[in-house]
Design a protein around this ligand. Structure first.
Ligand code: CO8
Length: 258
């Protein structure tokens, strides 16, 4: 499938989705939203894809929603098209793991897009920010919600109210990025991590996603019960038998997603 604003490569069980609007620092316009949504749908239905890496360029993961495209829109335009809603839904629905490999700017909708992924591996030149306040608006696709849950109220308020950028070290310290690597190592690291995850039991991997994401939606008690029940449920799989047997036999497990 040929896309105009993204490039998708599938290799070794991993789909690499690269945002590809270099002239606009990968600003997210409606075509990017449409194509990313489509690419996620295709990855979900493709048995050859067991993990996804989403990345941009060295200079910009994505510098936000496309300001040129947005500037003339009315309330009715953005409300009736539910701007960015379908992309958010596509990420919420997507059951395979998605790693954001972030170098350069991840601003506004770009930061929010990275936060929609399951975790972020950042290059040491990464800069995260929610500068919408400088445009007379606020974050619209998760910045006030997802970022706040990760970094807490004080830092989230600081970021959203001042529009300042957070560098890679602060992002790692605050839990935005799970790890930071030198720029030259970003893609090998992200692809290596994705391949490692792809080797695991897909049933267990999808269950991890469901259980961790459930922690955002429920009380601790209900979340713990959900976790215990899915843990119990995995004893119905062959992969549980294989994983534990392989440990006892001191060999690598051969998971079959059964
Ligand atoms: N939209 C459109 N074009 C952009 C964007 C953007 N967000 N960011 C950069 N570009 C373009 C520039 O206009 C420029 O194009 P041209 O060469 O044609 O003038 C090109 O990319 C290169 O940019 P700069 O020359 O500005 O590069 P610098 O290295 O000098 O600066 C920055 C890099 C600091 C990243 C700067 O470009 C910048 O501040 N960009 C805007 C960042 C921003 O404000 N992002 C937030 C946008 S609003 C948003 O994301 C809301 C999301 C929620 C929507 C939800 C709806 C429901």
């Amino acid at each position: 499938m040929a896309y105009q604003t993204i490039v998708v490569d599938i290799e070794d069980d991993v789909a690499l989705i690269r945002l590809n609007r270099p002239d606009a620092l990968n600003a997210i316009n409606s075509k990017v939203v449409e194509e990313l949504t489509e690419a996620l749908g295709a990855a979900e239905g493709n048995d050859k894809v067991r993990a996804v890496v989403l990345t941009g360029s060295e200079k910009a993961f994505a510098a936000g929603a496309d300001i040129k495209e947005m500037s003339e829109k009315s309330f009715v335009d953005v409300f009736t098209s539910d701007m960015f809603g379908p992309l958010n839904e596509a990420f919420l629905r997507f059951r395979k793991p998605v790693i954001a490999a972030v170098s350069g700017y991840a601003l506004g909708g770009g930061c929010e897009l990275a936060l929609m992924c399951d975790f972020i591996i950042a290059a040491d030149n990464a800069k995260f920010g929610q500068p919408e306040i400088n445009l007379g608006v606020v974050a619209g696709i998760g910045g006030t919600q997802r970022l706040t849950r990760i970094v807490g109220k004080s830092k989230a308020m600081d970021m959203h109210l001042t529009g300042r950028f957070m560098d890679a070290a602060e992002a790692e310290r605050s839990g935005v990025a799970s790890r930071v690597v030198p720029l030259a190592k970003l893609m090998p690291e992200a692809m290596g991590v994705a391949r490692k995850i792809a080797e695991k039991s897909q049933v267990a991997v999808m269950t991890v996603k469901e259980a961790v994401n459930r922690s955002y939606e429920t009380t601790l008690r209900e979340g713990l019960l959900f976790e215990r029940r899915v843990f119990h449920a995995l004893f119905a799989t062959e992969d549980q038998k294989e994983g534990m047997q392989a440990f006892l036999e001191k060999r690598e497990p051969q998971f079959r997603d059964k």
